[in-house]
Write a protein that binds this ligand. Structure first.
Ligand code: XLS
Ligand code: NI
Ligand code: NI
Length: 444
């Protein structure tokens, strides 16, 4: 059965096209710094938002009109797989991602849940034989069901902890079965509401033990996917332990897990942490820990995870700047952890949203590559830090100074001179590069 009958395969038509169902900037075959856009951007569809999300919010019921919703239970799960692979093919995306509960309903008990998963995983595996779309990552949902109300691997209840371990064990087996390139841990309720009833040290120690056991089990079954932590500062718990990349990194360092994990950086989570998207990417990159990206955007006027499709070209440009400087994303990708707005309830809106997101990152990638090629920011940074390439600066960098020597040097200085940081000039230049992209200079 076809779920998107009126849709054809989306192809690249270029910036002059007025066909709403064509890519204007994302040309999978075009190369950027030696890689095709398809290889560089590694787009992924998020199963939960696109095939499960119904548009409900705290004030109202679901709004989405989805043909597969004529079914329930396992029939619905199967219909979603059919719809998913049809959409993947029509959008020509190389990857997808899911939580266990997105693909199959939970049963009365864990054994039944496993059986449901086994059925659907077999069906997905079958589809993957003829589809080019691969699994970027899977994960376990350990936040929706009431059993997780106090957390999963940080729950005060050891039975819940064991249940969580079983879910992740199964998830790792599924990842291996479907050839997942990464496995994600987003600490859905790994945090706390109040310190009055919380043993923070025990919860963090337990979380680290959990990650070590996951690592050991993946090794045992020969599942060599990259493990990823996805930081988020708040929501659903008031304080989440994986607050941001820097906090996550300190945790991984303390518990000897830096070799096992990298980060899955989500734009909207950066906003919630009071950072820019590029800040989080930069912290991950300079520490060799940038693994993958949840490509969405938040709304700075709203203090929650709105998970909008990414359309802000300034943000995608600065994000792609970090990704290109990182040499790409390795086994990671740009996963649209993004949902159509509640008022965009037609199935065709799923196409508009993904096309807009893919085009936004394609423009970002082209502009960022030009900024790098022209050394626009590098030359400024190089000049700005040039005092460390000679004289006293070089001695500082080479570790040849101490406070006595620096004091002597400072006493002889009189007053110091500084140079302008020129940030407005740089922002103007970035706008100029972006406008060149709009006017089609980068169209081919
Ligand atoms: C929620 C997270 C979630 C993860 C996967 O805010 O972004 O969707 O990406 O569990
Ligand atoms: Ni996410
Ligand atoms: Ni999120």
């Amino acid at each position: 059965m076809s779920y998107f009958k009126n849709m054809n395969k989306v192809t690249f038509e270029g910036p002059k096209s007025s066909n709403p169902f064509a890519f204007k900037y994302y040309n999978p075959e075009e190369t950027i710094n030696g890689k095709t856009m398809e290889e560089l951007l590694r787009f992924s569809v998020a199963y939960w938002h696109t095939f499960v999300g119904d548009g409900s919010d705290p004030f109202g019921a679901g709004t989405m009109i989805r043909e597969w919703d004529q079914y329930t239970g396992m029939d619905l799960a199967k219909a979603r797989v059919e719809a998913a692979f049809e959409l993947f093919e029509k959008l020509d995306v190389p990857f997808f991602c899911f939580h266990d509960v997105d693909i199959a309903p939970e049963g009365q008990n864990l054994r039944e849940t496993y059986a449901n998963l086994d059925d659907i995983v077999a069906m997905i595996k079958d589809y993957m034989k003829t589809s080019k779309t691969k699994l970027l990552w899977n994960t376990a949902n350990m936040f929706t069901h009431p059993r997780w109300l106090h957390g999963a691997a940080t729950s005060p209840n050891a039975d819940v902890y064991a249940y969580a371990a079983a879910k992740v064990k199964k998830g790792l087996e599924i990842g291996k079965e479907l050839g997942a390139e990464n496995y994600v841990f987003w600490g859905g309720r790994e945090g706390y509401e109040t310190l009055l009833n919380t043993d923070m040290k025990q919860e963090l120690d337990n979380l680290a033990r959990f990650f070590h056991m996951a690592k050991d089990y993946a090794k045992e079954i020969g599942f060599d996917a990259q493990f990823l932590i996805e930081p988020k500062p708040k929501e659903p718990t008031k304080h989440q332990y994986d607050f941001d990349v820097a906090t996550g990194l300190a945790f991984l360092q303390k518990y000897d897990l830096t070799d096992t994990f990298k980060f899955n950086v989500e734009a909207n989570h950066a906003t919630l942490a009071g950072h820019t998207f590029e800040h989080e990417l930069r912290v991950a990159r300079i520490n060799g820990m940038l693994g993958s990206v949840d490509a969405n955007q938040g709304d700075t006027l709203l203090g929650w995870d709105t998970d909008e499709f990414p359309t802000d070209l300034y943000a995608t440009t600065l994000a792609m700047y970090e990704i290109l400087k990182n040499g790409g994303l390795g086994t990671g990708g740009l996963n649209f952890d993004a949902k159509v707005k509640r008022g965009s309830f037609d199935q065709e809106d799923l196409f508009h949203a993904h096309i807009a997101g893919m085009d936004a990152f394609a423009i970002g990638a082209k502009v960022a590559q030009r900024l790098i090629e022209d050394g626009v920011l590098d030359s400024v940074v190089e000049d700005r830090y040039s005092s460390y390439t000679k004289g006293i600066g070089l001695e500082i960098v080479e570790g040849q100074t101490d406070f006595h020597q620096l004091e002597q040097y400072a006493l002889e200085l009189g007053e110091v001179g500084n140079k302008s940081g020129r940030q407005e000039k740089l922002k103007g230049i970035i706008n100029q590069y972006l406008l060149e992209a709009y006017t089609g200079v980068y169209a081919s």
